[in-house]
Write a protein that binds this ligand. Structure first.
Ligand code: AMP
Ligand code: MG
Length: 411
């Protein structure tokens, strides 16, 4: 029975739960999803400090300063970033201060060095501009106040978020771990060692591609190589992968062919569903759970045709892997795009996932054009696509028509 992509997706997602949280140093948390909220325990900045290089003053002391009539003050000290002065500044005095240095007690503003002139070898300063109270002073807690709930669970730790965690001394955070994903290819015809091709042999390419796709989904990709169409060898590799990894991605052997050993083996050792999905490419797809010790390892059986492989990874495996890693947003952006050329097709009961090149037009809208060859074996054309147009069953999209488009990247 041919099923809808939404049914396949729901089946897969229902069987790929979020992994149990772990604690990691904040420096290793980038790219992971927070498993519990983070509350700041420190103020940032931890003390009032200067936003500029200049002179700490009492604003009232230089209220009458202008370019024409500068106010001269004695310089009674100096404070650099990382240093500290306990000299309390009095009205009518200045202390030389650097960016990030603590504002001395008594001072209520900083005049930037550009509005000053050093006199008497630095003993005095002429200030040619009045400043308001608080000028160029970054108050304690101006960025983060202790006690603030900074992030809820489910937030992806971006490099900036990791920086904030470091700034509040959240040295260890609770995150959903990165998934370790085994990638393997199957097929007697596949050669991956550079040796000359014998009749009937082809270069193996899916594994290289899938390792990259798994990695770009934020997972730890583990290469389990090419497995021959041999039941014992395949079972051994799958069991090893299940013991060492959180998920398994296989390529090949899930369609109706006679030598689809993947089907024979996985049917025997795992709880599999063999699907025919109403899409093109990537009609055959298998998903199931392989038991290993006390856990169930999701197995994504992708078709061998390279373009089918990448499309089913995008539509089914990637969202599931992101879900396992705690992501709330598991899908690429889907936007309405203008078809600059025809996206032709015939009615066949399937949704077509047409590889396209997308760019922003002068009208501010996304425009797409087919990358050319759309055969499921033609990876070279697909490799130039940065988007996939979702063309519904029917006669295609005429030039100028609108087509929902999955954006893979839009640089
Ligand atoms: P299968 O799904 O095993 O029936 O394979 C379908 C098509 O994809 C056949 O033409 C295979 O030779 C090809 N194919 C399968 N696996 C790979 C792979 N890892 N790299 C390149 N082509 C492959
Ligand atoms: Mg095969």
């Amino acid at each position: 029975m041919v099923i809808d992509i939404s049914e396949a997706r729901a089946y897969v997602l229902a069987r790929c739960p979020v992994a149990a949280p772990i604690s990691v140093p904040c420096r290793e948390s980038t790219g992971l999803v927070l498993a519990s909220p983070v509350v700041a325990t420190e103020d940032v900045p931890p003390f009032a400090n200067s936003a500029v290089d200049g002179y700490a003053v009492v604003a009232a002391s230089i209220a009458v300063a202008t370019q024409a009539a500068a106010v001269e003050l004695p310089v009674v000290g100096e404070v650099a970033a990382g240093a500290y002065t306990d000299r309390v500044l009095q009205a009518g005095e200045a202390i030389r201060i650097m960016t990030g240095a603590p504002v001395p007690a008594g001072a209520d503003a900083v005049v930037m060095v550009e509005d000053t002139e050093r006199l008497d070898d630095g003993q005095r300063v002429a200030i040619s501009r009045a400043v308001s109270v608080g000028m160029a002073v970054r108050p304690r807690g101006d960025d983060v106040c202790a006690g603030t709930r900074l992030y809820g669970a489910g937030i992806v730790v971006s490099p900036a978020v990791a920086g904030v965690l470091a700034s509040v001394n959240a040295a260890v955070v609770q995150v959903v771990p990165q998934a370790r994903v085994a990638v393997l290819s199957t097929g007697d015809e596949l050669i991956d060692d550079g040796s000359p091709l014998l009749p009937g042999q082809i270069r193996e390419s899916n594994r290289t591609m899938l390792l990259g796709l798994v990695r770009s989904a934020g997972c730890d990709a583990v290469d389990f190589g090419v497995v021959r169409d041999d039941e014992a060898a395949l079972e051994e590799t799958l069991r090893k992968a299940a013991a060492e990894c959180d998920a398994i991605v296989t390529s090949g052997g899930v369609s109706m062919g006679d030598y689809d050993v993947v089907k024979t083996v996985l049917s025997r050792i795992a709880d599999m569903r063999w699907m025919q999905i109403a899409i093109r490419p990537a009609k055959p797809f298998a998903f199931g759970l392989l038991e290993s010790g006390d856990h169930q390892v999701p197995v994504f059986g992708l078709p061998g045709n390279p373009v089918s492989s990448i499309v089913s990874f995008e539509l089914l495996a990637r969202p599931a892997l992101l879900q396992m890693m705690g992501h709330a947003i598991i899908d690429r952006p889907l936007v309405p795009a203008i078809a600059d050329g025809a996206l032709s097709r015939r009615p066949d009961g399937k949704t077509h996932y047409v590889r396209v090149f997308a760019k922003f037009g002068d009208d501010g809208r996304v425009h797409v054009e087919s990358v050319g060859s759309q055969g499921s074996h033609q990876l070279a054309a697909t490799s130039l696509a940065n988007a996939i147009a979702v063309v519904p069953d029917g006669d295609g999209v005429a030039p100028g028509g609108t087509v929902p488009t999955i954006l893979l990247s839009l640089g």
